[in-house]
Design a protein around this ligand. Sequence first.
Ligand code: ZN
Length: 283
Amino acid sequence: MHHNFKLGNYTGTVLNDFARRRTLKASFPRLDEAELLKEIELGGYDLTLDTEMELHGNVLLIDTGEQKIMIDAGLPPAGGQLLQRLEGAGLAPSDIDMVLVTHGDGDHIGGLANYTNAKIVMPTNSYKLWTEDTAGMIEEFIKLFRGVVPDGELENMAAGRAKYAEVIQNLGDRVVLVEMGEEVAPGIKFQAAAGHRRDHTAVIIESNGETLMHVADAFRHPLQLKRHDFYGLFDSYPEQLAETMANLLAQAAETNALVFGAHFEFPALIRIGKEDGAYKWIV
Ligand SMILES: [Zn+2]
């Protein structure tokens, strides 16, 4: 499954890496159930705590005409469908010129090693997090999710983080470090969006008057448009996340941006409207 679209002079392609299902309750395991049910009722959603939600993993590719730029690299090769999707779109991994990293989770950097011709572009702060005190970063991650994620899964996630730290440390001169707001290609820049992780970023893409906001994992469910305090299973810092959601949503509504979410339902492109002071999720 891939989906092509136009953004100004650029061509975008959404590649579906994986599709899973998880109940609403399991998606928001640390929230008060009564609060969740109240918001479901107030919003008139056709949902119960046991409703199975689609959890997709999507990767965005932008062709500027000059460069093919992927934002995130998907799951490790055996984990997802990204390479097949790329092939379906008529491309090989060696065609990719640049991979931007929104944050260092396995479903976003697991496939980094496939893009052997690509520069790997990361914000300096993120690179520091993954190269300076890796053990401390992993220890903190375990502490945050102990008791939330089953022990076996948590051990796997921690081991995955150690492996990715090694991958990042071994990228050598393929790594390009940039600052927030600095253009990595014409009209393309990282924007700070911490909360899901400390190093989590959004990416803004502008071409010929059109804007796309790649929100990565900052939010993924319409309930969060009103309740920025509704944080998900894998979100690390809820207060920071709420602030990030508020900023991104306001900006998306104001700029009428096309909004891409890594875990929205494929093709993962929406707009955020505003009506009577409330945000709307427009598919
Ligand atoms: Zn993710």
